[in-house]
Write a protein that binds this ligand. Structure first.
Ligand code: HEC
Length: 108
């Protein structure tokens, strides 16, 4: 019983810790981005792999895009589908946007 209690306490501590450090993947999923973006296969939107390739070495530009200031470079003809999604990100902090960009760029 004691062991079980310890396990519960430990896992609670880990998940609380995770909530403080911005987790790009969790943000990506909680904001509904995954509905149109698969890591490796193009679906409604381009795959994250394709986006990561287009933005390789351009984290700053990707952050600008996510803030709604950038121009689409991956599939500009479909930007009207993507553009309204950026509203989901308006409430994010600078740190959260950066974590999100880093997650996208990490997909290979
Ligand atoms: C309704 C479907 C849909 C959803 C939901 C969606 N996207 Fe997209 N996304 C697209 C489409 C279509 C494109 C291709 C157009 C383009 O390149 O802008 C795209 C392109 C992108 C690009 C490449 C931009 C470029 O320079 O071309 C990024 C980055 C991106 N999406 C991030 C996100 C993030 C982050 C979210 C979650 C807030 C999200 N998307 C949610 C459909 C979607």
């Amino acid at each position: 019983m004691r062991k079980v209690m310890m396990a519960v306490v430990v896992s609670a501590v880990i998940s609380v810790g995770g909530a403080f450090a911005a987790d790009g993947k969790a943000i990506f999923q909680s904001k509904g981005c995954a509905a149109c973006h698969n890591p490796t296969v193009d679906t409604v939107g381009p795959s994250l792999k394709k986006i990561a390739k287009a933005y390789a070495g351009k984290e700053k530009e990707l952050i600008e895009f996510l803030k709604g200031h950038g121009k689409a470079i991956v599939d500009p003809a479909k930007y009207p589908i993507m553009q309204p999604q950026l509203n989901q990100l308006k409430s994010l902090s600078e740190e959260e946007i950066k974590a999100l960009a880093e997650y996208i760029l990490s997909v290979k």
